[in-house]
Design a binder for this molecule. Structure first.
Ligand code: GRF
Length: 223
């Protein structure tokens, strides 16, 4: 199953997904494309090193220099004026996905909300990883939210993407204990290690058709 990964940042989950598919011959997915909405996302370099086609889609290109860097490295410049509305940005992504015969999209630190149009079009085909045990601590800075709440256990969640943020049916979770010595960065680090374990296997189950999103209800169907 050809998949695409959407990133905005460091791309450690992206790396884990690539690594799993290349080191497990029985893996049922193949990372074909990495799309970033930021030209300077570290993950893009890692993806290129892994020999995966990368594309940058910028919503707002503020600096000319940045635009030139993009042109040089990625040979694709997308006029920001095209993206006054969220949906046209998503349509650009959608076109890229179709051109590359992508069947599943994995969000991995992609810091943009997808439009309703996109989410409906790709119903049951978009996965996300979130650094908490959902439904607790939705939104940004989930590890910090967990620390502030004083909980002793948090973790990470792989879920299907629906229109409401961090609200889709849960495919897999892993818990991480919070130590009294933890700060945001130490906790985040251990959560990421757990993420790298569960994201590839959860994706594999979806790619194999073992887990799917129900057509009507926000529930996972296990086959
Ligand atoms: C991860 O913690 C993920 O849960 C969240 O964004 C972070 C991305 O990290 N959605 P990375 O870019 O995969 O290292």
């Amino acid at each position: 199953t050809p998949i695409a990964i959407l990133i905005s940042g460091t791309g450690s989950n992206m790396q884990a997904l690539i690594k799993h598919s290349t080191t497990h011959p029985e893996s049922s997915y193949q990372v074909k494309l990495v799309i970033s909405n930021k030209a300077d996302a570290l993950g893009l370099i890692k993806a290129q090193e892994a020999g995966i086609m990368t594309k940058v889609i910028m919503r707002l290109v503020k600096e000319i220099s940045q635009r030139m860097v993009m042109k040089a490295i990625f040979n694709i410049v997308i006029d920001h004026r095209k993206f006054k509305v969220r949906e046209s940005f998503d349509r650009e992504i959608d076109t890229l996905l179709l051109e590359n015969n992508i069947e599943i999209i994995c969000l991995a630190g992609f810091m943009r909300l997808l439009s309703g149009w996109m989410v409906q079009k790709w119903h049951g085909k978009i996965l996300n990883i979130h650094p908490s045990l959902l439904p607790s601590f939705k939104g940004v800075n989930a590890p910090k939210q967990a620390l502030n709440a004083g909980v002793k256990v948090t973790g990470c969640t792989v879920h299907f993407v629906v229109e409401e943020m961090d609200d889709g049916a849960i495919i897999e979770q892993r818990s991480v204990r919070i130590e009294t010595t933890d700060d945001v960065s130490t906790l985040q680090y251990r959560i990421k290690l757990a993420e790298h374990q569960i994201y590839p296997t959860a994706l594999d189950q979806v790619a194999k058709g073992l887990a799917s999103l129900d057509d009507k209800e926000n529930k996972v169907v296990w086959n």
